[in-house]
Design a protein around this ligand. Structure first.
Ligand code: PMP
Length: 448
């Protein structure tokens, strides 16, 4: 059991130490009065210490802040830097491309290479680009509504697919409802969406039986409410049910890409109709993509009344720009390779084993889940089976304490998560340092 008074005192102590250690970051934050919420984007106020660290440099899996501290970066931009920060092949490709122009509204040969490579990795046959995973999902959703003529999209409760309006739905005792805090919803979310629990085929079948669901958009494992892994048979069941009900299946591989070179889709032999992906494929430059089956491409192309070219809702002047696509090519060709994933996964196993050792040594009721190069621990054992179960086990104070404690000793975890990701540059020493500091954080908490 966690002693809540002790936790509160330790959290206050660590926050005070953070403030003392980081005067320059504090001053930058204090003077950013013309930024909404004092930050470049309001989610940057999600930090355990009261103000964010300000970045100086990030290379490989090491980051420095403006106060001169060095960190082992296990956050890696919440997957945007899974390739490591500033990987040399991407830096070279981006510099060369930018010197010759980036945004000309004309294709470059890199795009066809990237499309072919994404098909080799993820199976689906035709690709289009976006600059964020949110936008890749948004466009996939529009397209699938158009070709099916059905109004609704189904999501798993406590999923996250970016700021996609349709996805902000959760199950609830009184039926489906909007996620708490949903900012400016355009309409009642139940008009556009249906929801099921992850790992619940009965619930999914019940929702799909309405016959109005264009697509199920899902992560093959939930990664934004801890990692919730699929139970045996669940993903096969999803595929079978979606086929039976004429509903398309979209795998959002933005985070589950950690499972391997072709994400969870290839690792687990999945057969989605659509794959969406963002963040890591650009190696640090905004890039995202959505791939569709030939059948969907042909259906869409055959619909003469769809405006796929001008103002019909197809968007993104900068989508597929030469710089973004050059970055994606360099990342996939030279950095996030099959060999790199093997190394990253071995480190993730080492990381997870270390966390488990600490949990066991202190007999904590916590669990560790791993998806390839990605590891997350949750304050529940056994590991939650659904998003709702996982949400119910959140402990914001405990999470903040561990985050600040680690940050004060040179280790960054992902805000919003207890997540650690391995890059091709992460080292065993970095992973072991985490275990030592994590053990110390837990020991202090447990001390009588
Ligand atoms: N899909 C998934 C699975 C994600 O985790 C996220 C962001 N965490 C997104 C989409 C949205 O990515 P972005 O914010 O880069 O648009």
């Amino acid at each position: 059991m966690i002693d809540r008074d002790r936790l509160g005192a330790l959290l206050r102590r660590e926050r005070a130490a953070f403030a003392d250690r980081n005067p320059r970051s504090a001053a930058e934050y204090a003077r950013a009065g013309h930024l909404f919420g004092r930050v470049p984007m309001t989610w940057m106020n999600k930090n355990a210490a009261g103000f964010p660290l300000y970045l100086a440099t990030a290379r490989g899996a090491t980051l420095t802040d403006v106060d001169g501290h060095e960190y082992v970066d296990l956050c890696l931009g919440d997957t945007a830097a899974m390739a490591g920060h500033a990987p040399a092949p991407v830096a070279a490709a981006v510099q060369a491309r930018f010197a010759d122009g980036a945004c000309a509204m004309l294709p470059t040969p890199d795009a066809a290479w990237v499309g072919e490579e994404l098909t080799r990795r993820f199976g689906v046959s035709e690709w289009s680009f976006a600059l964020s995973a949110t936008d890749a999902n948004r466009w996939a959703i529009r397209l699938l509504r158009a070709v099916t003529g059905r109004p609704k999209i189904l999501f798993n409760s406590y999923c996250y697919h970016g700021s996609v309006d349709e996805s902000l739905i959760v199950t609830g005792g009184d039926g489906p409802r909007s996620r708490d805090g949903n900012v400016g919803a355009p309409c009642d979310v139940t008009l556009t969406s249906r929801v099921a629990e992850f790992n619940d085929l009965e619930g999914l079948a019940r929702e799909l039986a309405h016959g109005d669901v264009a697509a199920v958009v899902m992560e093959p494992a939930l990664t934004n409410i801890g990692i919730v892994l699929p139970e045996p048979g669940y993903l096969d069941g999803v595929r079978e049910l979606t086929r039976r009900h004429g509903t398309y299946l979209v795998n959002d591989e933005t985070h589950t890409f950690s499972a391997g070179p072709g994400g969870a889709t290839r690792r687990w032999g999945l057969r989605p109709d659509v794959v969406t992906i963002g963040k890591a494929i650009g190696g640090g430059i905004p890039a995202a993509a959505y791939g569709i089956s030939r059948e969907i491409a042909e259906r869409a192309a055959g619909m003469r009344d769809l405006d796929l070219v001008d103002m019909g809702g197809v968007g993104g002047t900068l989508a597929g720009n030469a710089l973004s696509v050059a970055a994606a090519r360099a990342t996939l060709e030279h950095v996030l390779t099959d060999e790199a994933f093997a190394r990253m996964e071995a480190l993730a196993v080492r990381f997870a084993d270390g966390v488990q050792r600490v949990i066991d040594a202190h007999a904590l009721p916590w669990s560790v889940s791993r998806l390839g190069a990605r590891v997350e621990y949750r304050f529940a054992n056994p590991a939650p089976r659904t998003g709702t179960e996982s949400a119910a086990n959140a402990d914001p104070d405990l999470e903040d304490y561990l985050h600040v404690y680690l940050a004060n000793r040179g280790i960054l975890l992902t805000p919003f998560h207890n997540m650690a990701l391995m890059s091709p540059d992460t080292t065993a020493q970095q992973v072991d340092l985490h275990e030592t500091v994590f053990e110390a954080a837990v020991s202090e908490l447990q001390r009588a």
